[in-house]
Design a protein around this ligand. Structure first.
Ligand code: PGA
Length: 250
């Protein structure tokens, strides 16, 4: 049985004191869950969050990284830097980064490889635009993005990659994919991984759904056969609401 991983994506929100308060409020609410709890936050929060989350079951992630280790890349943060303060997860290739910051399938692939090189666990985002969906290209787009993101990884690395299927039209819009639709898309991603790396590897890969997940729809989505939890944006900014998503079974 695959575990469920519920990851918050705070995006460009939360000051360090807010991050500390959030974790102090969340920790007792989720301490007994068997699901994995991750919070991905701005770089400026990471160090404070890591200290606050010590001795809790809350794991901390960044939202991006550069693929090089060091060098003349003004404004960038490397995997080695994240690892040096014990960051555990890193989101790679979020659609907002693809859309506004020139992230491509090629840079996503380089970053995923670098994440493994420095011992970070990547959460790789894939997803189609509304236009692509309406043109019937969803499966083609998301399976291609997946294939390119994972290119050159070992089977073991693929098995330890988390994929977040996030239809772009569902992000921050209040529109969610139906549970059947989301499950179908996620199955097509899993089938593609099976084709390339074998069924055993594919069966082990955690594939999340993301896009307007909230406490009122988490249960029906996360109970589907192939949906292994979620990547949660807006609804991860309130500890009480996020805790209900983490404990969706209740
Ligand atoms: P949302 O964002 O939950 O606010 O739709 C999800 C995401 O962008 O990861």
């Amino acid at each position: 049985m695959r575990r469920k991983v519920i990851a918050g994506n705070w995006k460009m929100n939360m000051l360090p004191n807010e991050a500390i308060n959030f974790i102090e409020e969340l920790a007792p609410l989720v301490k007994d869950t068997k699901n994995e709890v991750v919070l991905c936050m701005p770089y400026t929060d990471l160090f404070y969050a890591l200290l606050t989350a010590q001795n809790t079951n809350i794991k901390i992630g960044a939202q991006n990284m550069h693929f090089e280790e060091t060098g003349a890349y003004t404004g960038e943060i490397s995997g080695k830097m994240l690892k040096s303060i014990n960051v555990e997860y890193v989101i790679i290739g979020h659609s907002e980064r693809r859309q506004y910051f020139n992230e491509t399938d090629e840079t996503v692939n380089k970053k995923v490889k670098a994440a493994f090189q420095y011992g970070l666990k990547p959460i790789v985002c894939v997803g189609e635009t509304l236009e692509q969906r309406e043109a019937g290209q969803t499966e083609e787009i998301i399976t291609k993005q997946t294939e390119l993101a994972l290119k050159g990884l070992t089977e073991n690395q693929v098995e330890n990659t988390i994929i977040a299927y996030e239809p772009i039209w569902a992000i921050g819009t209040g529109k969610t994919a139906t549970k059947e639709d989301a499950n179908h898309s996620i199955k097509s991603i899993r089938n593609k991984i099976a084709q390339i790396y074998g069924q055993t590897v594919a069966n082990g890969v955690i594939i999340q759904y993301g896009g307007s997940v909230k406490s009122t729809n988490a249960k029906e989505l996360f109970e589907m056969s192939d949906i292994d939890g979620g990547l949660v944006g807006g609804a991860s900014l309130k500890a009480d609401e996020f805790s209900k998503i983490v404990k969706f079974e209740n």
